[in-house]
Design a protein around this ligand. Structure first.
Ligand code: SF4
Ligand code: SF4
Length: 719
């Protein structure tokens, strides 16, 4: 039978590839069905808001009332008689899809001030959360940590999505849906001002005293004492003269307190000069007129003086000038909008003045000294450096960093570790000829790499590639999902790309033999089993061929369910014990743990039994393996006839009696290559070595020399 199949394969060398291509096309054709997102039907919001849910999402709310408007669906939450915020469902507002592409339902609350009050998941189909109590508990804690945070996509605070290890895409999608949903609910119902470029806030107003304005930076204060006046006069070289306005009191007595600031924001201008003068500025002047608020709060001096009333002085307000970017601005009486009852003015600047209120500027307070002959010597008494505080400028909403970018930035260290390990693996595969000539070195290298794969890739980084990832990637072209959504798992993306490239070049063995944490766990346990000399069992070649179909059947079952009955697919996906043994590290429900342990126990007696006969991901990779371009594993004419050394050394029995390697079943462990290069064990090499030493007569063609038979019959230790 085996001979017949081999002959068929020889006659139809491309049949495997054609079948693989057809199978792959069939899988792709199924994907539009699979990509149809399940449309969950939820009961009305108020029915979902049970007292327990309401207590979680809006603590303290005494009742909720559905809001009857055209905005995003929401219920108003009341504390007593006063409305305190809104409660909404991400399913109603956004229908944001999860990792499974089925929209989840997270109910959340937001205060009128824009703070999240709580969030609870009511429904999801996230594959890495279903039936996983430990990870679900992490998700609950992750959503709880949103409480008190800003209702804005990209708001800081809370826990990082990586907290829900192994389900970061789901966690990130739910967090973003809560923040964005809350924003949408509020934006529709509050008078929120949105701008597209930095704009001075001309809307917000609250009564503020000069002291409060000085405190928040809206005004800048110059407190000039008599000592400061004397210092300014000394600096101007008129220290021996008398000031035009005499001092009273000692050196620490206040000579003048002056404030200045940009007058157009109502919190500054309206509080500074009162409603009527402020109205003159913003409504009674040509469009674009700007105002500088200046007020004297105390002291014997003031910013006005009297000379601005004099024609002889040109009505110039010579006690105040402005400077911005090297340009000076002066004012006249006609530029003043005075306040009633206080020494406070708005000094106007027309649009053409070229003044930029968003840039820093300086107000100079001038004074004069009197010479004995009565002539004035002006000098600068104080300089008031000013910059409009950020609180008076409305900024356009900063688009949040894309979720995938956030994940890549946060995962830099892990990405570096994984990439370094992939470089090492590439080196091992590239220099496999030299490495497999050194049996001990190669053995250490392989066991070390498998341990890294299990412990770091699997248990620490939770980067176990699984059939769920493959199905989701196949859905991408057909699902209405942003590709960035899938890029948000950097380690999985890198592993997927590396696996895809290595699959096309070398075959499925690069992933299955080196990068699959569950595969590594099985192989490491098999090493222990061998060390303990546990009996090993492998099916006969024909039975094994039949059993290989198991993995294709499990793959077919999962793909069919994903396409036809998505609600049942997560159950079938549990064929893979990865979630239990790798991402949850056996902290899961008993049935899952029993199943995973049973598979591992079977693997002690039949190496990688799960990989060979049941793994759906292995099945998918084995189908695609038929397309690989390079054959790295070498063969000699003697392989299979008369020698069977490599065949016996292959731990997964991927070498046929004929000596041909079934690449779809090969795990690239390179054990056979270690034998291939061993001139003490590989009979043709051993014979050649002996010939070199003793030059014996060659054995007749087709006859296996006794040395061959003895070596080949021996059960060989694994590399
Ligand atoms: S067959 Fe499955 S479990 Fe085995 S190594 Fe490949 S993907 Fe991992
Ligand atoms: S022994 Fe050779 S044929 Fe067998 S799995 Fe390893 S590399 Fe593949």
């Amino acid at each position: 039978m085996a001979a017949k199949m081999t002959a068929t394969a020889r006659r139809w060398p491309h049949v495997g590839r054609i079948v693989a291509a057809l199978a792959f096309m069939l899988a792709v054709l199924l994907m539009p069905w699979a990509a149809r997102a399940e449309e969950p039907v939820a009961p009305p919001l108020l029915e979902r808001l049970t007292p327990a849910v309401l207590a979680e999402v809006f603590p303290g709310a005494t009742r909720v009332e559905l809001v009857a408007d055209d905005g995003p669906a929401a219920a108003a939450a009341f504390v007593g008689e006063a409305q305190a915020g809104y409660v909404f469902s991400t399913l109603d507002v956004l229908r944001a899809p999860g990792y499974s592409s089925t929209p989840f339902d997270v109910v959340a609350g937001v205060t009128l001030e824009g703070r999240i009050t709580g969030a609870v998941v009511l429904f999801h189909r996230e594959p890495y959360l279903i039936n996983d109590a430990a990870r679900t508990a992490r998700l609950v804690a992750f959503l709880e940590a949103l409480r008190g945070g800003e209702a804005r996509l990209g708001a800081e605070g809370g826990l990082p999505p990586a907290f829900v290890v192994g389900a970061t895409i789901s966690a990130r999608a739910m967090r973003n849906a809560v923040q964005e949903g809350a924003r949408m609910v509020l934006r529709y119902r509050t008078e929120e001002i949105t701008v597209t470029e930095p704009t001075i806030d001309m809307i917000n107003f609250k009564p503020m005293s000069p002291a409060q304005l000085v405190e928040d930076g809206g005004l800048v204060l110059a407190h000039v004492r008599n000592a400061d006046l004397q210092a300014a006069m000394d600096a101007a070289g008129v220290g021996d003269l008398l000031p035009e306005v005499p001092m009273t009191g000692g050196p620490d007595a206040t000579y003048v307190d002056v404030v200045a600031g940009y007058a157009n924001p109502p919190r500054i201008g309206r509080n500074g000069v009162g409603l009527e003068p402020y109205d003159t500025l913003v409504n009674g002047m040509p469009e674009g007129t700007m105002g500088i608020f200046v007020a004297t709060l105390g002291g014997v001096y003031d910013h006005r003086g009297t000379r601005f009333n004099n024609l002889s002085n040109g009505f110039a307000l010579d006690r105040i000038t402005l400077e911005q970017g090297g340009r000076a601005y002066g004012f006249e009486k006609s530029d003043m909008i005075p306040a009633r009852g206080k020494i406070a003015d708005i000094l106007i600047l027309p649009l053409e003045a070229g003044f930029d209120p968003m840039q820093p500027w300086r107000a100079d307070l001038h004074a004069a000294a009197l010479r004995p002959d009565g002539t004035r010597v002006p000098f600068v008494l104080a300089r008031l450096e000013y910059a409009l505080p950020a609180g008076y400028i409305l900024m356009p909403e900063v688009p949040p960093r894309p979720a995938w970018l956030e994940a890549w930035e946060e995962g830099t260290r892990d990405i570096a570790i994984l990439c370094a390990s992939l470089v090492l693996l590439t080196g091992i595969l590239a220099f496999q000829g030299a490495l497999t000539r050194r049996r001990r070195l190669y053995r250490v290298l392989r066991l070390g790499f498998l341990s890294f794969t299990l412990v770091w890739i699997g248990w620490i980084a939770s980067a176990q590639l699984s059939i769920v990832h493959l199905v989701n990637y196949l859905k991408v072209p057909f699902a209405d999902l942003d590709l960035g959504f899938y890029l948000a798992e950097p380690l999985i993306v890198i592993l997927s790309v590396y696996t895809a490239v290595s699959l096309v070049l070398i075959g499925r063995g690069v992933f299955c033999g080196w990068l699959c944490p569950f595969g590594a766990l099985q192989e490491l346990l098999a090493q222990v089993a061998r060390a303990l000399r546990l009996p090993q069992w492998n099916p006969a070649e024909r039975a094994q061929r039949a059993m290989w179909w198991g993995k294709y059947l499990s793959l077919g079952l999962i793909l069919s369910l994903v396409a036809l009955a998505p609600e049942a697919a997560p159950v079938a996906e549990e064929i893979e014990p990865f979630k239990t043994a790798i991402t949850a590290i056996f902290v899961r429900g008993l049935p899952y743990v029993v199943y995973a342990v049973a598979l591992l126990l079977i693997g002690l007696f039949t190496e990688r039994a799960f990989c060979r006969f049941l793994c759906p991901l292995g099945g998918a990779l084995a189908i695609l393996d038929r397309l690989h371009l390079l054959d790295l594993l070498k063969r000699r004419p003697e392989c299979g006839n008369p020698c069977h050394l490599c065949e016996r050394s292959c731990p997964v029995k991927a070498i046929e009696r004929s000596g041909k390697i079934v690449m779809a079943e090969c795990f690239q462990c390179l054990d056979c290559m270690v034998e291939y290069h061993d001139d003490r064990r590989c009979p043709p090499l051993a014979q050649a070595r002996k010939r070199k030493g003793r030059a014996p007569a060659p054995a007749p063609a087709g006859v296996m020399p006794p040395a061959f038979a003895a070596v080949a019959a021996r059960r060989t230790p694994s590399a």
